[in-house]
Write a protein of this length. Structure first.
Ligand code: GDP
Length: 197
């Protein structure tokens, strides 16, 4: 897919305030600091589209971008930020659950996982929740340039093996580096295919 245009549209505090669902939508989510804004900027070919966050976890908004005037790219607020209060976390959970389960044009969720780490409970819990809600998703292992290839593939394998314990089928997965632009074309191609269906 060639990116001809990428525009910020709106930030919404809840799913009801999201734009009219008149185009297919692809959402990105993951732990705070996983590299979500950086990845969105690389995908959209625009370094400044999503803010790379200095103060993670502060804004709990659903951010819509319009790509090629044909589909929405959605930047969802990250999870697992330690300094967020219990009530803020509850609010986040409710907002995310509503968005994920009710947004009718949501085609697919990309769950970002930091490839430098061994499988984390927080990520595994989140994806099992997605499974319970029957939401189609794939995994994006980020920051691959920060480790050796061997270490990255060890962590990816460990994550997928952990999933095998409870999942019958494994989702698609991508390995990305925003520094090297690894994985960009594969993700855009994947979105293209889903848009063509
Ligand atoms: P977000 O909180 O998930 O939106 O994460 P950001 O995109 O703000 O990234 C968090 C930090 O990780 C920033 O300092 C980024 O520059 C860095 N980062 C993100 N992706 C990569 C990557 O692929 N490689 C490297 N080396 N650093 C990355």
């Amino acid at each position: 897919m060639i990116i001809k245009s990428a525009e910020y549209l709106i930030s919404s505090p809840e799913w009801e305030k999201c734009p009219v669902p008149n185009m297919p939508e692809f959402a990105f989510i993951g732990r705070s600091n996983v590299g979500k804004s950086s990845l969105i900027n690389v995908l959209a070919n625009n370094e400044k589209l999503a803010k790379t966050s200095g103060t993670p976890g502060k804004t709990q908004l659903i951010n819509h971008f319009v790509i090629n005037k044909a589909w929405y790219l959605v930047d969802l607020p990250g999870y697992g930020f330690a300094k967020v209060s219990h009530s803020q976390r509850k609010k986040w959970e409710q907002m995310i659950e509503n968005y994920l389960r009710k947004r009718e044009n949501l085609m697919h969720v990309f769950v970002l996982i930091d490839s430098r780490h061994t499988p984390q409970k927080l990520d595994l819990d989140f994806i099992s929740q997605l499974g319970q809600w029957n939401i189609p998703f794939s995994l994006v292992f980020t920051k691959a340039d920060k480790n050796s290839q061997a270490e990255t593939s060890r962590n990816v394998k460990a994550f997928l093996n952990k999933m095998r314990e409870t999942w019958q089928f494994l989702p698609a997965s991508f390995i990305t580096s925003t520094v090297k632009k690894t994985g960009r074309d594969a993700i855009l191609e994947f979105i293209d295919e889903m848009n063509a269906q």
